[in-house]
Design a protein around this ligand. Structure first.
Ligand code: CP3
Length: 362
């Protein structure tokens, strides 16, 4: 938008829309965070959500990887979390140090659910801190690279809200969709409505590209994905542009979907109104390109675990990946197949990015 500094590097915005670009743009899921010593320094043992809610600190952490990898990274992603939607829906969420998210009162019964369904969510008010952080970050970025807004996929958020944290068996989430499918749909719809408004208002605040993280997609069977995930992802992709028009945003804002593990849904995701489909590392890039038929831009998909490898092997795998996706000649954005790990060496990630630039420019 015009009241922000002009974007100097809009490579990712052009690639997402399917324009021909000089080289595939690069960014990394979870690029801001625990593997960076400067993150720990700034976070300074503060509570995770307190860090997100402080615009000054959140914007600093967002910009850290852009600064460290100056010229190598083509986007910033706002420092926040997918679990801020459940918080805005009235649920308590804590981030336990070294353990991950914890909901002290997860949704286990229809009565629990009713309280959430009845809760009137005021997105602008409840997530006002997120919009402030986005606006401040966009100004501080000074147009160096575009800024991502994001949210969790409705199914993934249902998982956290019912399990109360991470899970291995998904006992409660599976119980919900198989014991109370209608109520599960009511919850998914409510999350979707909040997600549409949240994403749209992130754009008003300054986000220039959006990603939806359906991180637990692959826990659903193909049939259940079609019922409990895909329709809501579709709604998000369809409704956000309409809401943005209502809000007076004239630009077309690229939208990315990442449904981790949902390999069976690639063809459907390629025709779901998203501009970009992000792939985990289970995909052979060539097969994904064949299925896509140039309908969307593909993003991904290096196994982040490759960062524990030797330089020779990193180079080999970057080459396989970029060539597999068709190099600079196809609709493609470089990324990992999932997020960074806390144990990764920032210098190895730098080498990875340099190789992506070198090989992507060949
Ligand atoms: O660079 C970025 O991507 C920063 C913003 C960001 C965070 N979380 C910060 C964070 C984003 C985009 C997320 C998304 C997110 N959060 C997802 C989807 C992506 C994915 O990895 O699948 C999910 C499932 C979550 C939920 C979540 N948040 C978990 C499971 C955890 C704990 C374990 C983990 O992977 O870190 C978090 C905490 C969290 N979110 C941290 C950060 C930097 C670590 C907090 C800390 O210990 O300092």
């Amino acid at each position: 938008m015009s009241h922000f500094p002009a974007t100097k590097n809009d490579l990712i915005l052009r690639a997402a829309k399917g324009e021909k670009v000089e080289r595939p743009p690069c960014w990394i899921m979870r690029q801001a965070g625990r593997y960076l010593p400067e993150y720990h320094e700034v976070k300074n043992n503060r509570d995770f959500f307190q860090t997100c809610r402080d615009a000054e600190i959140a914007s600093e952490i967002t910009i850290q990887p852009v600064r460290r990898y100056r010229g190598l990274i083509d986007a910033a992603i706002i420092f926040s979390d997918i679990l801020v939607i459940p918080q805005a829906m009235g649920m308590k969420v804590e981030m336990l140090e070294g353990k991950g998210p914890h909901f002290p009162e997860p949704l286990r019964t229809p009565e629990d659910l009713q309280i959430v369904l009845d809760y009137k969510v005021d997105v602008l008010k409840e997530l006002d801190w997120a919009f402030k952080a986005i606006t401040m970050t966009r100004i501080k970025l000074d147009g160096e690279v575009p800024l991502f807004g994001f949210c969790g996929g409705p199914w993934t958020l249902l998982v956290y809200m019912t399990e109360g944290g991470g899970s291995r068996l998904f006992r409660f989430a599976k119980q919900w969709i198989n014991m109370y499918p209608e109520l599960s749909h009511e919850l998914l719809q409510k999350i979707t409505d909040v997600a549409v408004e949240f994403l749209s208002q992130q754009v008003v605040a300054g986000a220039q590209i959006l990603q939806v993280f359906e991180s637990w997609g692959g826990e659903l069977s193909s049939v259940d994905f079609d019922e409990f995930s895909l329709p809501y992802l579709r709604q998000i992709a369809g409704k956000v542009p309409k809401r943005l028009q209502e809000l007076g945003i004239k630009e077309q804002i690229p939208m990315i979907v990442f449904a981790k593990g949902s390999w069976y849904a690639l063809d459907k995701l390629c025709k779901s109104d998203f501009d970009v489909v992000s792939l985990d590392w289970s995909w052979d890039p060539k097969e994904a390109v064949t299925i896509n038929k140039d309908r969307v831009t593909l993003q991904g998909n290096l196994d982040p675990g490759v960062m524990y490898g030797s330089k020779e092997i990193i180079t080999k795998k970057v080459k396989q990946m970029i060539e597999g996706f068709g190099g600079g000649k196809s609709r493609y954005i470089v990324n990992f197949g999932h997020g960074t790990h806390p144990f990764m060496d920032p210098d190895v990630i730098k080498f990875f990015l340099e190789e992506c630039h070198r090989i992507g420019s060949l």
